[in-house]
Design a protein around this ligand. Structure first.
Ligand SMILES: *[C@@H]1O[C@H](CO)[C@@H](O)[C@H](O)[C@H]1NC(C)=O
Ligand SMILES: *[C@@H]1O[C@H](CO)[C@@H](O)[C@H](O)[C@H]1NC(C)=O
Ligand SMILES: *[C@@H]1O[C@H](CO)[C@@H](O)[C@H](O)[C@H]1NC(C)=O
Length: 254
């Protein structure tokens, strides 16, 4: 028995590990800008304010757009800056449906962030290949999905009574024909249940509806999700099965 053999094996293993780490780091710094799925992210303004413990005055009482995000790619072109002039024509709709809930006076900042982080990647698709097309495309998807009126029709309204997460997911899947992703703010101390915060619907690059999760696919950890922790707080996570609070805008039941 030569004692050197296991050592050599170990060395090889170390080499291999180093190679892998090196390889991964390289592709990270080079920037892997490939993505497959577009995620249309709606958020509930009351929860957005709650997440950062901000007392927003009169947040919208309807679901608004957070963003249109390619999965697995961010900041695909840092020299392609947001230019408000390009979306001037969309301003009335942008203010209404894609507002910066937390900073209503300085919404350009939010739009610039969404464009630079997500839009520059989404722009790989012809239908979204300019700022006007990207924001216009997001607004079009929002109108087509009509999440607010769908929820109304499904009888899912803000309420002091809790819903079951599975009921909301199943209801949405039944109207859209694909599996959505629903995100919640975990209960803060003194609270009984999680609070619904985001509803995501997913699309292919051809803008066809797609399941947000495939059966058996592991759920991404919240910390790795695009936009996670952007607000600095504990942030949204995929909702746990069980009861969920859908908070009314004025803190009372409708
Ligand atoms: C990045 O954006 C700039 C400004 O629009 C453009 O000139 C350049 O071609 C883009 N680069 C890539 C790699 O797409
Ligand atoms: C808007 O946000 C930008 C970027 O954070 C900041 O530089 C600017 O001062 C803000 N403008 C106003 C009017 O608050
Ligand atoms: C979505 O998932 C459901 C349930 O797993 C499956 O039956 C369906 O074929 C999927 N749809 C698409 C478009 O992938």
């Amino acid at each position: 028995m030569k004692p050197a053999a296991p050592r050599r094996l170990l060395l090889c293993a170390v080499c291999l590990a180093l190679c892998c780490v090196g390889g991964a780091r390289e592709s990270w710094t080079r920037g892997n800008h490939e993505w497959k799925k577009l995620i249309m992210v709606h958020h509930w303004p009351v929860t957005v304010c709650k997440e950062v413990e901000k007392d927003c005055r009169d947040p919208p009482d309807y679901w608004t757009i957070h963003g249109l995000w390619p999965d697995k790619a961010e900041e695909c072109n840092r020299s392609w800056h947001f230019n408000f002039q390009e979306i001037k024509d969309l301003l009335p709709e942008m203010k209404m449906y894609w507002p910066d809930v937390l900073h209503p006076q300085n919404r350009s900042h939010f739009w610039a962030h969404e464009w630079e982080k997500h839009g520059t990647c989404a722009a790989q698709v012809d239908a979204l290949s300019s700022q006007k097309k990207y924001f216009g495309g997001g607004l079009d998807l929002y109108q087509e999905l009509a999440l607010n009126s769908m929820l109304q029709k499904l009888g899912i309204k803000p309420s002091i009574n809790y819903y079951q997460v599975s009921d909301i997911k199943d209801a949405l899947a039944s109207v859209y024909g694909v599996i959505p992703k629903v995100q919640c703010l975990p209960p803060k101390s003194g609270e009984e249940v999680q609070t619904i915060g985001q509803i995501e619907l997913c699309f292919t690059k051809e803008l066809k509806p797609q399941n947000c999760t495939e059966p058996g696919e592991p759920v991404e950890p919240a910390s790795q999700r695009p936009g996670a922790g952007a607000a600095g707080g504990p942030g949204l996570e995929v909702c746990e099965d069980g009861p969920v609070f859908y908070p009314p805008p004025d803190g009372t039941a409708h």
